[in-house]
Design a protein around this ligand. Structure first.
Ligand code: SF4
Length: 340
C-alpha cells in the first residue's frame, strides 16, 4: 500500500504496488485496511489509547524548497477552520488525552488563508487545556516563529519544545535550498525562545551534502548544532528527487564525503542531546504517558525527553504526571513519580 506526495507527483509510476492512495484519497485508507483485515480473517483489535492526540490543522505548503516535492504535490497552504479545530481538540480532551499535538505540513502558515494565524489559534486552545492537558507544535520553520509565538513559549500549557527544521547552518546552502531564513535568524529565534522559557528544547531535521555544499558550509552546520544544543537531530543525506529544482544544481558531493558529513552531524547531535539530557536530570517534569508496560511507564517531558518510571503501574496512559528525573540512561531519563 502506498500514499504520499510521490503518488501525486508521479501518477502511474508505481505499477507493482497493489493499493495506491493519492493525498486527496487518504480518508479511504482506514476502510481499506479494515476490508483487507476482514478478507484475511485477521483478529481486529481496538487501537490502544495513546497519550498524545495528533490533530491536523493545515495541509499544503507556502514555501518552495528546492529539494522538496511537497509544495508541487499538495499545493499552497489550506487551513482547517478554527471551529473545526476547536471541536477536534475538545473531543480529544474529553477522551482523556493529556497532550494535543498540532500537525501540519507548513504549520507556520496556519490561518493565512482565513485571516487569522497560528498564535491566535494556539492562544484559544491553550485556554481550553485547563491544567490537565497541554499543547505541542509538531514542527515549524524558524522564519514563521514571530513575536507572538515567542511570547506564548512562556505559557505553562505549551510544550517548551520546538522542532525547527534547520537543514543547513550555511547561508550559501540555505539560499540554494530556497529556505526562508538564514543562520543568524535561526539563532536569533532560538535564543529568543530560550529567553522566554529557559527550559526550551530544540529538535531538528538536518540535510547534508546538498549540491554545492563545501566543507566550510558543513563546518557551519556543525557549529550551529553546538550553538543551539539540539536534543535530537534527524540527519539526512540529500538525494535526487525527480521534479525538484535541486536536481539541476551543480556540484554533487561525492558519496564518501556525504557519508562522513552525515556521521559527523549525527555525532554532534548525539553530543548535544546528551548535554540536554544532563541538563534535564535532577529537575521535575510534567510527563505525558505514552505507554504503561507492566509496572513501567514510558512518557515524554514537555521538552521532548523520553522518560521511564518503574513501579508506576497506577498511572493512566494519556494522563499527565509530575516526575523527578533521577538519572540519564542511554538516550532517556529514569525518574520517580511525584504525583499522578
Ligand atoms: S517548508 Fe517543508 S514541506 Fe514546504 S517546501 Fe520546504 S521542505 Fe517542503
Amino acid at each position: 500500500m502506498l500514499t504520499g506526495c510521490s503518488v501525486d507527483a508521479n501518477p502511474g509510476a508505481y505499477t507493482t504496488v497493489d493499493s495506491i492512495f493519492a493525498n486527496a484519497d487518504k480518508d479511504r485508507i482506514a476502510a481499506h485496511v479494515i476490508a483487507m483485515s476482514a478478507a484475511i480473517d485477521a483478529p481486529r483489535e481496538t487501537p490502544a489509547m495513546r497519550s498524545r492526540a495528533f490533530i491536523k490543522v493545515q495541509d499544503g505548503c507556502n514555501h518552495r524548497c528546492t529539494y522538496c516535492i511537497v509544495w508541487q504535490a499538495r499545493g499552497v497552504s489550506s487551513s482547517v477552520p478554527v471551529s473545526t479545530v476547536h471541536d477536534r481538540v475538545r473531543a480529544a480532551l474529553d477522551a482523556g488525552h493529556g497532550e494535543i499535538v498540532l500537525c501540519g505540513v507548513d504549520l507556520g502558515s496556519y490561518g493565512r488563508d482565513m485571516g487569522t494565524n497560528l498564535a491566535a489559534l494556539l492562544e484559544s486552545l491553550l485556554d481550553m487545556c485547563g491544567v490537565s492537558a497541554r499543547i505541542r507544535l509538531s514542527s515549524i520553520n524558524a522564519n514563521d516563529v514571530n513575536e507572538s509565538l515567542i511570547a506564548l513559549n512562556a505559557h505553562p500549557r505549551l510544550c517548551s519544545h520546538w522542532h525547527m527544521p534547520l537543514q543547513s547552518g550555511s547561508d550559501h546552502v540555505l539560499r540554494a535550498m530556497h529556505r526562508g531564513y538564514r543562520r543568524a535568524q535561526y539563532l536569533r529565534v532560538a535564543r529568543a525562545l530560550r529567553a522566554t522559557n529557559p527550559a526550551t528544547e530544540f529538535t531538528s531535521d538536518i540535510m547534508v551534502a546538498f549540491p554545492g555544499e563545501t566543507d566550510d558550509d558543513h563546518a557551519e552546520t556543525l557549529s550551529l548544532v553546538d550553538e543551539v544544543g539540539f536534543l535530537q537531530g534527524h540527519v539526512f543525506r540529500w538525494s535526487q528527487r525527480p521534479g525538484t529544482p535541486a536536481t539541476a544544481i551543480a556540484g554533487r558531493v561525492d558519496d564518501a564525503s556525504a557519508r562522513r558529513r552525515s556521521a559527523e552531524v549525527r555525532r554532534a547531535t548525539r553530543r548535544t542531546g546528551a548535554l540536554s539530557l544532563a541538563r534535564a536530570c535532577g529537575r521535575v517534569h510534567e510527563v505525558a504517558w505514552d505507554a504503561v508496560d507492566g509496572d513501567a511507564a514510558h512518557g515524554l517531558t514537555a521538552g521532548y525527553h523520553e522518560v521511564i518510571v518503574e513501579g508506576a503501574a497506577e498511572v493512566r496512559q494519556g494522563s499527565l504526571s509530575l516526575v523527578r528525573a533521577e538519572a540519564v540512561e542511554g538516550d532517556r531519563l529514569r525518574g520517580t513519580l511525584l504525583r499522578s
